[in-house]
Design a protein around this ligand. Structure first.
Ligand SMILES: Nc1ncnc2c1ncn2[C@@H]1O[C@H](COP(=O)(O)OP(=O)(O)OP(=O)(O)O)[C@@H](O)[C@H]1O
Ligand SMILES: [Mg+2]
Length: 234
């Protein structure tokens, strides 16, 4: 059974559909990447999981449970962690306060989880009292991921975690993604850095104009000459 499945999803924000029958599945332990041109509907597909879209067709299931159209707060409570593409930290709050905010839906003791997050992201432990807005782009992205991971995650959704980062930070984020995945958390990630992300992914999907264009193992997509020319910058 897949952890998360978007099956034949159509829908949009206004009257016109942006997605036209998009299907994405993420299995236990997998890293799955979604690539495609600007405006292809990658972020929109992620928002669909959180009931933020008007759907005209399709179903979304989480570990077999139908969550189609469920409101965002409930989807988060079910263990779907999400790091949006932009504005994903509270800049004026400290690192520690950001993590605490990430735990707002928890009624149990979340302090041990904060320690686990610091172990996952050692640079954050040193900067726990600094404001998130003062950190480097890469470290801010770590805060965003750490905040999302404060709930007991069934799956982590990342929308362009390396956007705007220098190559060094980009590598650091991809290494972190691998590391989070190695703790048993499946990951669905949208990425512009197609080559690097396919290299860390088990499988990849290419979306174009709100439709599935192609899919396959990360390594196979990387080696496909036609895909390389069209989507990976040759
Ligand atoms: N909140 C919104 N309201 C109306 N239209 C939107 C909204 N967000 C996105 N769109 C439109 O939906 C289409 C798909 O946008 P989306 O953000 O999903 O693309 P994307 O594949 O994530 O692109 P990018 O690579 O630029 O992030 C675009 O035509 C965009 O203008
Ligand atoms: Mg996007």
């Amino acid at each position: 059974m897949s952890v998360l499945e978007l099956k034949d999803i159509s829908g949009g924000y206004g009257e016109a559909d942006i997605l036209h029958g998009v299907t994405l599945t993420i299995g236990e332990g997998e890293i799955v990447v979604v690539i495609g041109p600007n405006g292809a509907g990658k972020s929109t597909a992620m928002k669909a999981v959180f009931g933020l879209l008007r759907l005209s067709g399709g179903t979304i299931t989480l570990a077999g449970e139908d969550i189609t159209g469920m409101d965002p707060a409930r989807v988060v409570r079910k263990g779907v962690c999400y790091v949006p593409q932009t504005n994903n930290v509270f800049s004026t709050l400290t690192v520690q306060e950001n993590l605490e905010m990430g735990a707002y839906i928890r009624e149990d003791n979340f302090k041990p989880r904060i320690q686990e997050i610091y172990e996952m992201f050692p640079p954050l432990a040193e900067k726990r009292k600094q404001r998130a807005g003062e950190l480097s782009g890469g470290q801010r992205q770590m805060v965003a991921m750490g905040k999302a991971l404060m709930v007991e995650p069934k799956i982590l959704l990342l929308d362009e975690p390396t956007a705007g980062l220098s190559p060094i930070y980009r590598k650091e984020i991809f290494d972190t993604v691998r590391q989070i995945n190695a703790t048993g958390i499946p990951i669905l990630m949208v990425e512009q850095n197609a080559k690097q992300s396919l290299a860390v992914a088990d499988r990849g999907y290419i979306l174009v104009d709100g439709r599935n264009r192609t899919q396959g193992k990360g390594s196979d997509l990387l080696q496909d000459p036609e895909i390389a020319e069209m989507f990976l910058g040759g």
